[in-house]
Design a protein around this ligand. Structure first.
Ligand SMILES: Nc1ncnc2c1ncn2[C@@H]1O[C@H](COP(=O)(O)OP(=O)(O)OP(=O)(O)O)[C@@H](O)[C@H]1O
Length: 585
């Protein structure tokens, strides 16, 4: 049972460490605001007894000497004046408390959501900056789940409940103190009674909340995964007529998730009703006891009213404390997972050891071997190759022979299991300097990554955020044989390509990819079956344009078609993990 409390405290400490200096200051300001708010509440409860006493009887004992001298100072001596002043004072104290509570609610909410925005942004940045080798083992639905649901878990399941819990504790203690002054015995008995109910509820529900927390963290990822799979494979789903199967899988997971969420929410709300019933019973008991022992209504009514007002203020706070605690319990697994992502090493630490990499002569690959995991066979074994700057190199091999893996290694996306890749025989490429090396490279894969934006923005992606160079854009559009197609569109290169380029044919997407590589102005262009979707004539035109580009640009090309590689200076084949030159294909 202590484990989940430990998890909460560990998560809170971890969360605090993620706060920026400004956020820490804001948090401390919030605590001060809570204290102010609590004082204003005391003022309300403290003034209700004298107020009602004065209304009932202006000469009442409840009007202490301080109040009497205050009234004297403002020359309120007759009964009417005293009543008016007391009413105004009481109304002002109620108003002040309401103002403080509104400000506190505003500050708490904005603080929590701003923090959520901070964390979401930092988690996404941390994930984007992870080495490629980690990305290939991570599911994208898990990442989306972390940035949306798990960050929401931090906002709704930790920050907001924690702040509500703190403010409820402060206010509760102050109100409790004020009620003790009004009637210590009744206050203590009823307070202990309420707390016992909430403690029993906490003990009874703790395990369920823990289970729900685990369940929600797991199922929210599965819901996203099922949606992504459904949307990603919509063409096949329609053709196979498997809509019902996918909808049923999704609805089962979704129902499980929502049931767990409902259970957590219900647990957080449930104790309210028995506690409220008990409060009314206590009030009846108090009224009865006081009226049996003391028949003076002038003193009895203000006391009862103060107790009723205190209970009306205190009970929601106790309920808030409990529901905040149960929200905290219910979200801890998601929160722990989100915080784990914040602990990932950041780009800054990766870039610390970077120097400038220049590429003037060659890429030298020596005794290169690679396997994806320790328990998997070597995909590449003892590869030696020199790629001279400005050469056109073709790469062939049967499917699954390791061509894309080899390109990923050259691009510094993967690190060799053994052996080295040197630039100009000097700079060894590794994860800490790969970012510098990648600035030299433009990569055109078979499946082009496209944003749901205009053709121009998709081509000039390396310039995002700054102005597009339209002269260069027009040149690369022509080189990639896209001119006729773009001119046929009403909005020309401002035409939106749709999600993942859905409004384009495979060949058009590939040509946008090639245009993007040319626009980047890289000195190493890597084409991984980048022309496979083009008809022979368009492919020939694109390859001829590639041949014409600067002699300083090195082109590394993978293709299954001999025709595509005709213009290469060297062609190599990967077979059984080894590389050998092919003179004729
Ligand atoms: N992320 C991965 N984890 C484990 N093994 C992988 C991973 N990616 C690829 N492989 C394996 O590595 C081998 C080489 O794959 P690779 O994609 O490099 O081949 P390829 O020659 O480019 O194939 P194709 O011509 O079909 O694109 C294959 O056996 C493949 O199953």
């Amino acid at each position: 049972m202590n484990n989940s409390d430990d998890t909460i405290s560990i998560n809170l400490v971890r969360l605090w460490r993620t706060f920026s200096h400004a956020r820490k200051k804001q948090f401390i300001a919030l605590i001060l605001l809570m204290v102010l708010c609590s004082f204003s509440e005391i003022l309300v409860i403290g003034s209700v007894v004298p107020f009602l006493a004065l209304i009932a009887n202006p000469n009442s004992n409840f009007m202490g000497s301080i109040a009497a001298s205050a009234l004297h100072v403002i020359s309120a001596t007759n009964i009417q004046d005293i009543r008016i002043v007391a009413s105004i004072f009481f109304a002002l104290s109620v108003l002040l408390a309401a103002i403080f509570r509104t400000i506190l609610a505003w500050a708490t909410t904005y603080f929590s959501f701003d923090l959520g925005a901070d964390l979401g942004q930092r988690i996404y940045r941390a994930i984007l900056n992870q080495p490629y080798s980690l990305h290939i083992n991570r599911s994208s639905s898990k990442v989306i789940d972390s940035i949306t649901n798990q960050v929401n878990g931090i906002v709704y399941g930790t920050t907001l409940p924690l702040l509500h819990l703190l403010s409820a504790t402060f206010l509760g203690l102050f109100i409790f103190g004020a009620l003790i002054l009004v009637d210590p015995t009744i206050t203590l008995i009823s307070f202990i009674g309420f707390c016992v109910i909430y403690l029993c509820a906490a003990l009874l529900t703790k395990n369920s909340l823990k289970r729900n927390s685990l369940f929600c963290a797991y199922e929210s990822h599965r819901v996203l995964q099922s949606l992504q799979e459904g949307m990603g494979g919509i063409r096949e789903i329609i053709i196979d007529g498997t809509q019902n199967i996918h909808a049923a899988t999704h609805s089962e997971i979704d129902l499980n998730l929502r049931r767990a969420q409902a259970s957590t929410l219900f647990i957080s709300l449930a104790p309210r009703y028995p506690v409220e019933a008990m409060a009314i019973i206590v009030m009846i008991g108090v009224a009865l006891t006081l009226s049996l022992g003391n028949s003076n209504a002038g003193e009895l009514i203000p006391k009862l009213a103060a107790m009723a007002l205190g209970a009306q203020r205190l009970l929601p706070l106790l309920q808030q404390t409990f529901s905040s605690w149960s929200s905290l319990q219910g979200a801890q697994h998601s929160v722990a997972e989100a915080l784990d992502l914040l602990d990932l090493p950041s780009e800054a630490s990766r870039l610390q050891s970077i120097g400038n990499i220049s590429f003037k002569r060659s890429i030298n690959i020596e005794r290169l071997a690679f396997r994806y995991a320790i328990d998997q066979p070597l995909v590449l074994k003892n590869i030696n190759l020199e790629i001279i700057k400005g050469s056109r190199v073709g790469l062939i091999g049967v499917t699954g022979s390791g061509k894309s893996t080899f390109l990923d290694l050259i691009m510094g996306l993967l690190e060799p299991t053994s052996g080295v890749i040197n630039i100009d025989g000097e700079e060894k490429i590794n994860l800490s300097n790969s970012r510098q090396w990648q600035r030299h490279i433009a990569h055109v894969p078979q499946n082009i990554f496209l944003l749901d934006r205009s053709i121009a923005e998709n081509i000039a992606m390396s310039d995002s955020g700054s102005q597009i160079d339209y002269i260069r854009l027009n040149r690369v559009i022509r080189q990639a044989s896209l001119e006729d197609y773009i001119n046929s569109l009403p909005d020309k290169f401002d035409t939106c390509v749709g999600e993942r380029g859905i409004r384009l044919s495979g060949g058009q997407r590939q040509r946008i990819g090639i245009a993007r590589a040319l626009y980047k102005g890289a000195d190493l262009i890597i084409l991984d079956e980048a022309t496979s979707a083009l008809d022979s004539e368009t492919e020939r035109a694109v390859i001829a344009e590639l041949d014409r580009i600067d002699n300083d640009v090195t082109i590394l090309m993978v293709s299954h078609r001999p025709e595509t590689l005709k213009s290469c200076n060297f062609i190599y084949e990967i077979k059984n993990g080894c590389l050998k030159e092919v003179k004729q294909i």
